[in-house]
Design a protein around this ligand. Structure first.
Ligand SMILES: NC(=O)c1ccc[n+]([C@@H]2O[C@H](COP(=O)([O-])OP(=O)(O)OC[C@H]3O[C@@H](n4cnc5c(N)ncnc54)[C@H](OP(=O)(O)O)[C@@H]3O)[C@@H](O)[C@H]2O)c1
Length: 262
C-alpha cells in the first residue's frame, strides 16, 4: 500500500485513520500542533504541519480539509510532483477535475464521500475514480475505504446526491431521532428509556429491511394496519408535510454541495 498521508486531519480524517490504524504506515497534517501531538499518541503515526512535506513523502494522499480551504491548499502543494501518487479526496462538492487541474502531474484521483458511521467502523462510503486510475489504484482505494464497513464505486455525477443521503445522513437521522425523542419526553417519558428504545428500534428496523424481501411500503403496511396507532401517526405526518420537508432537506444539501464545488 505504501505510506498513506492525511492532509486536514480533523473529524473525518480521524475516523478513517481509526479504521486503518495498526495496519498501515500513516502520516497526518493539520495546522494545530497540539491536535497533531494527540494524533501521534492515539495512532502511533508521524505528523507535520507542512502539507507539501506530507504529500512529497506519501504514496497515497487523502485530502480532508474543508472545501472552503481547498484552493489555498492547492497553492501550498504546487511544488509537489503527483505523478506517482494516488490522491483520495473526501471534500464535499469538489470534483476530480479540481485536483487534476491544479496539482502538478496529478491524474490518479479518487473522489470519496464517507460518513461518520466510520467512527464505529459502520461507515458507508461511495467513491468515483478518475479515468487514469489503474485497477491497482481502484483496488487500493476500495481496500482503504471499505475498512470502515462498506464502500461502493459509483459514477462521479452521483456523488453530490450521495453527499445529501449518506454523507449528511447520520446528522439527518439524528435530527429525526431527536424529534421523536423530544415528542416522547413531552408526553412524560424519561430521556434515557426513550433513547434506548429509539436506538434499538433503528437497529432492528434497518436489520429487518436489509435482510427481508419487503420494501418500505410493504413493511409500513405490515406495521401500520388500518385504524391502528401507527397508521394514525403516518397519516398525520403526510398531512403535516413530512415528505416535503425531508425532500427539501435533501435538495438543500445537494444544492450546498454543488455550491461548495465551485
Ligand atoms: N463531517 C462529515 O460528516 C463529512 C462527511 C463526508 C465528507 N466530509 C468532508 O470531510 C472534510 C472534512 O470535514 P470534517 O468534518 O472532518 O472537518 P474538520 O473536523 O474541520 O477537519 C478539517 C481539518 O482540516 C484542518 N485544516 C484546515 N486548514 C488546513 C490546512 N491549510 N492544512 C492542513 N490542515 C488544515 C483543520 O485543522 P487545523 O485547524 O488544525 O488546521 C481541521 O481539523 C470536508 O471537506 C467535508 O466535506 C465530511
Amino acid at each position: 500500500m505504501g505510506r498513506i498521508g492525511f492532509i486536514g486531519a480533523g473529524n473525518m480524517a480521524g475516523a478513517i485513520m481509526g479504521c486503518l490504524a495498526k495496519e498501515y504506515e500513516m502520516m497526518a497534517s493539520r495546522r494545530s500542533v497540539n491536535a497533531l501531538r494527540a494524533l501521534e499518541d492515539q495512532y502511533d503515526i508521524t505528523t507535520t504541519t507542512d502539507n507539501a512535506e506530507l504529500a512529497s513523502s506519501c504514496d497515497i494522499v487523502f485530502i480532508c480539509v474543508k472545501p472552503q480551504s481547498a484552493e489555498g491548499l492547492m497553492s501550498e502543494l504546487s511544488g509537489v510532483d503527483f505523478s506517482n501518487k494516488l490522491v483520495i479526496s473526501i471534500l464535499a462538492g469538489k470534483r476530480i477535475s479540481f485536483f487534476t487541474e491544479r496539482l502538478t502531474n496529478c491524474t490518479r484521483v479518487v473522489r470519496a464521500m464517507p460518513n461518520l458511521g466510520l467512527l464505529v467502523e459502520k461507515g458507508a462510503t461511495a467513491y468515483a475514480v478518475s479515468d487514469a486510475c489503474t485497477p491497482e489504484d481502484e483496488y487500493k482505494a476500495h481496500i482503504l475505504l471499505n475498512a470502515g464497513a462498506y464502500a461502493v464505486k459509483v459514477e462521479e455525477d452521483e456523488i453530490d446526491t450521495i453527499t445529501a443521503v449518506s454523507g449528511c445522513g447520520p446528522a439527518f437521522i439524528s435530527y429525526f431521532l431527536k424529534s421523536l425523542e423530544d415528542a416522547a419526553i413531552r408526553h412524560g417519558l424519561g430521556k434515557e428509556i426513550a433513547q434506548k428504545l429509539l436506538f434499538q428500534t433503528v437497529l432492528g428496523t434497518c436489520e429487518y429491511l436489509r435482510t427481508s424481501d419487503l420494501d418500505y411500503d410493504g413493511f409500513i403496511s405490515k406495521v401500520a394496519s388500518k385504524g391502528g396507532a401507527t397508521r394514525a401517526g403516518i397519516d398525520a405526518g403526510k398531512r403535516e408535510g413530512v415528505d416535503e420537508a425531508i425532500s427539501a432537506m435533501v435538495d438543500a444539501a445537494i444544492g450546498r454541495a454543488r455550491e461548495l464545488g465551485k
